[in-house]
Design a protein around this ligand. Structure first.
Ligand SMILES: CC(C)(COP(=O)(O)OP(=O)(O)OC[C@H]1O[C@@H](n2cnc3c(N)ncnc32)[C@H](O)[C@@H]1OP(=O)(O)O)[C@@H](O)C(=O)NCCC(=O)NCCS
Length: 144
């Protein structure tokens, strides 16, 4: 169900993102195209209707975006994407994953708590709606 995203998937990626975010926050095809062209960025698609993009910098990685279409929610899609993305990152030498999440995004905050992320910082007025962002971290173990 989970596959590596390539440039041929940008229509699907943009379509999923558009269902999950407001028009102001959804990423266009061009944004996905640019991101996937970067050698340190990889993306995964869940065929039920989900995606994740991660960017690696040395032994750290950031979750750039994570989105699940409304019709596919609460069936473990995001959790599966996070698990696979962090497994791939760990296999590439990543020892810690980071992300930002709005203090107002209860669904995502619950998801990240459940998957083991912990709070390491706060960025005030980070989002366009002036909400604060929590900075979260997950330590990754080297593969066996
Ligand atoms: C946040 C989001 C990615 C979750 O996707 P999902 O596939 O529904 O999440 P999962 O089914 O893997 O949920 C795993 C756990 O996260 C928590 N969770 C997910 N959605 C939740 C919600 N609406 N309310 C409370 N907890 C929630 C639960 O603990 C859930 O486990 P459970 O279903 O056994 O209770 C999805 O709601 C989404 O795309 N939202 C809009 C975009 C977004 O906010 N992206 C993240 C930006 S940082």
């Amino acid at each position: 169900m989970i596959q590596r995203a390539s440039k041929t998937d940008i229509d699907v990626l943009a379509a999923i993102h558009a269902t999950a975010f407001s028009a102001a926050d959804a990423w266009s095809r061009d944004v996905f195209d640019l991101q996937l062209a970067m050698p340190n960025v990889f993306g995964l698609i869940h065929r039920a209707g989900g995606l994740i993009l991660m960017r690696q910098a040395a032994d750290e990685a950031d979750v750039l975006t994570l989105a699940v279409a409304p019709a596919a929610r609460r069936s473990g899609v995001a959790q599966a994407l996070l698990l696979e993305a962090t497994r791939i990152a760990a296999s590439r030498g990543v020892r810690a994953a980071f992300l930002e999440v709005s203090v107002t995004n209860i669904a995502a905050r619950e998801l990240y708590t459940k998957t083991g992320f912990t709070r390491v910082g706060l960025r005030r007025l980070y989002y366009s709606d002036r909400s604060d962002a929590l900075v979260l971290r997950l330590d990754l173990s080297p593969p066996e």
